[in-house]
Every structure is written in C-alpha cells, then in structure tokens.
Design a protein. Structure first.
Length: 154
C-alpha cells in the first residue's frame, strides 16, 4: 500500500511540472557554434569585497558573417560599434532570454556580431584585425561567450 501511495505522489509531482520546466541547453548542433551573450552594466572596477561580474544573459540578435577584417567595416561613433559590414552574411540567429544561442555552420572562419538597433557590435579582434573571429572545425562545436558592454559617458 505504501508503495502505491509513493508511486502516485511521485507521478503527481512529475506530471505537475511537465511543460513548466524549459531545458536551459538544447544542444541540437553537432557542428557550428554555441554560447552565451551577456551584458555588463555599471562600474566593473575590481574590488576585494565584490567578485567580478560575468554579466547578465539577455535576448539578442546575432549576425554571423564570413570572417570580417577591420578594413571591411564602417565604424560608428561609439567604440566597437559598426554601421556597416561589407562581408557575406551567413546567418542571423536569436539568443534566448538567458543569452543562450547555437547555430549549425559549415567548417570555416566566421565573425559573430551582436545586432544593436541599426549597428553591429564586436569588441574582440585577433592579431590580424579580424573582428569577433570564430573557427569551426569538422564535427566540432566552437563555444564562445560574447560580452556586450555599452559604454556610458559620465
């Protein structure tokens, strides 16, 4: 009798949560890119009494281009923002409300920009001045965490 009661309690609890819990990682991509977009706001100066913030995930539109060099963009007025990217757009994807994103991609080199209004944001570059570079290898998923820092003037 006890077993039956425990079974029904367990079944009731399991069925009551069905549909309410969203898995945080879908992990459908077998080759491409996945990661998180996080936003940093406010004072980020280190302090012994406060740990460094990783930022908060947020929903964002991401644009994946064939590898983009600094010579292929038109800078905007703010640092790390670009009005135009003169390279082939491969894919546009959406990060969810936690900032998680993933995309299937062919092998090759790409640049990953955050679309902000009518501008593109990329704050990383390599030693060859390629912006926000990603390298996708056969059968692998590149993991990248993007940090969006909207610089505020004081």
């Amino acid at each position: 009798m006890k077993r039956h009661i425990l079974f029904f309690i367990g079944f009731f609890l399991a069925s009551s949560f069905t549909g309410h819990v969203k898995p945080s990682l879908t992990l459908y991509v077998k080759q491409g890119v996945r990661g998180y977009v996080r936003e940093l706001k406010g004072n980020q100066m280190p302090s012994p009494s406060r740990p460094l913030s990783r930022g908060k995930g947020f929903a964002a539109t991401l644009c994946i281009f064939k590898l983009v060099n600094l010579s292929q963009v038109e800078p905007d007025r703010k640092a790390s923002f670009y009005k135009a990217v003169h390279a082939p757009l491969v894919k546009t994807i959406q990060a969810d409300s936690t900032g998680y994103f993933e995309a299937s991609l062919d092998t090759g080199s790409y640049s990953l920009f955050i679309k902000v209004d009518n501008s593109y944001y990329a704050n990383l570059r390599d030693q060859y001045n390629n912006l926000a570079p990603i390298r996708v290898q056969a059968g692998q998923v590149a993991h990248i965490d993007l940090t969006y820092k909207d610089l505020v003037t004081y």
